[in-house]
Design a protein around this ligand. Structure first.
Ligand code: TF8
Length: 337
């Protein structure tokens, strides 16, 4: 008796976990609850984009698909949430591609420093054949990729001195994402890269475990890094995309109509999110001006940084598939003509 009840209880929990919670709504129909967790705060463009996604999905599905939002890494970091998607205990997350590169190495081609000059170049590559090929690799990892959103161009903050030249990186203890290209690129510049999960960064800066970190301006503002950092240098050294992920275990149990609703909403909310991200980038710079010492970095010096890093990029281009990398480079060339 007890054993049977226990088993029934466990299997009830199991189905909840693997299929997204299902429960009856007022009409007696099944409502599917989608847990969507992200690493950044609700006020960040990533959070605002997720709220837009929720609004679209709930409206288009007539309330049959319900999106429950979790911000500020309350369900864990990018990597942990992505693993939860693979295991079927979480339905949606929108991580940076960079920390996923340990699992899906091709994503690392977007981590090459100084690859994109403008957000429009990034859009063209991500929404074109290269970005799509990478999304097609995801199902074999238990993931469905619906769209690319924007994290943005990254800049360096630290507590020691402004970064004006490549030499200024020497000896700087810099938190990086858990990504080989980032780690080796900063090593190449003479910095001392310390990879760690995003949610540990504020404390690491505050306790001076690291001297600095690098992230887009909207994150530097939203996560209040200016409270524990003195200098912001506009290095614009790399662009990071977000990838909109759905658990394949969950996805496979949806009807084609439900899948279409999620796909369309991820793309539509993504357009909104990218626009917001670009506005927020400008606004954040204005706001940060009163909170932290900001310096521009000349194109000449950025060029020198890029040259110093080039051997690292060439090595990784071979490792990640030169064909794909060359496809990306030739598309960029066309865009720039
Ligand atoms: C980083 C990333 C993160 C994002 C966020 C957790 O520095 O830029 O801010 O991936 O989604 O770790």
């Amino acid at each position: 008796g007890f054993l049977l009840m226990g088993l029934l209880f466990l299997s009830a929990c199991g189905s909840n976990a693997t299929q997204g919670g299902t429960k009856s709504n007022n009409q007696g129909n099944q409502t599917k609850v989608i847990k969507a967790g992200i690493g950044l705060n609700e006020d960040h463009p990533q959070g605002q984009g997720l709220l837009k996604f929720k609004e679209i999905v709930e409206e288009k599905s007539g309330g049959k698909l319900k999106v429950q939002t979790y911000f500020s890494a309350s369900l864990g970091d990018d990597l942990k949430m992505t693993e939860a998607l693979q295991g079927g205990t979480q339905e949606i997350t929108i991580p940076s591609t960079s920390p996923l590169a340990g699992m899906i190495k091709e994503f690392s081609i977007f981590d090459f420093p100084f690859l994109f000059n403008t957000a429009e170049e990034a859009d063209a590559i991500l929404d074109g054949s290269v970005g799509n090929k990478l999304l097609k690799n995801l199902p074999e990892h238990g993931l469905i990729g619906l769209a690319y959103w924007e994290n943005g161009f990254r800049h360096v903050t630290n507590s020691k001195h402004p970064i004006n030249t490549a030499e200024d990186f020497k000896g700087l203890k810099l938190r990086t994402m858990q990504n080989k290209v980032h780690i080796d690129a900063f090593k190449q510049l003479g910095a001392n890269p310390i990879p760690m999960a995003f949610s540990e960064v504020f404390t690491a800066l505050e306790s001076k475990t690291v001297d600095g970190q690098e992230n887009p301006l909207a994150t530097i503002k939203s996560n209040k890094y200016y409270e524990v950092q003195d200098y912001l240098s506009l290095t614009k050294h790399v662009y990071t995309p977000f990838v909109f992920l759905v658990s394949k275990k969950f996805w496979d149990n949806l009807s084609p109509e439900e899948q279409q609703i999620l796909k369309d909403a991820a793309v539509e909310a993504g357009k909104y999110q990218r626009e917001l991200s670009r506005e927020e980038d400008k606004k954040s710079l204005e706001e940060l001006e009163t909170k932290i010492k900001i310096n521009e970095v000349s194109d000449e010096e950025r060029q020198k940084m890029a040259e110093a890093i080039k051997p690292v990029i060439d090595q990784y281009a071979k490792e990640f598939g030169e064909e794909l990398v060359n496809e990306m480079y030739s598309q960029l060339e066309k865009i720039r003509q």
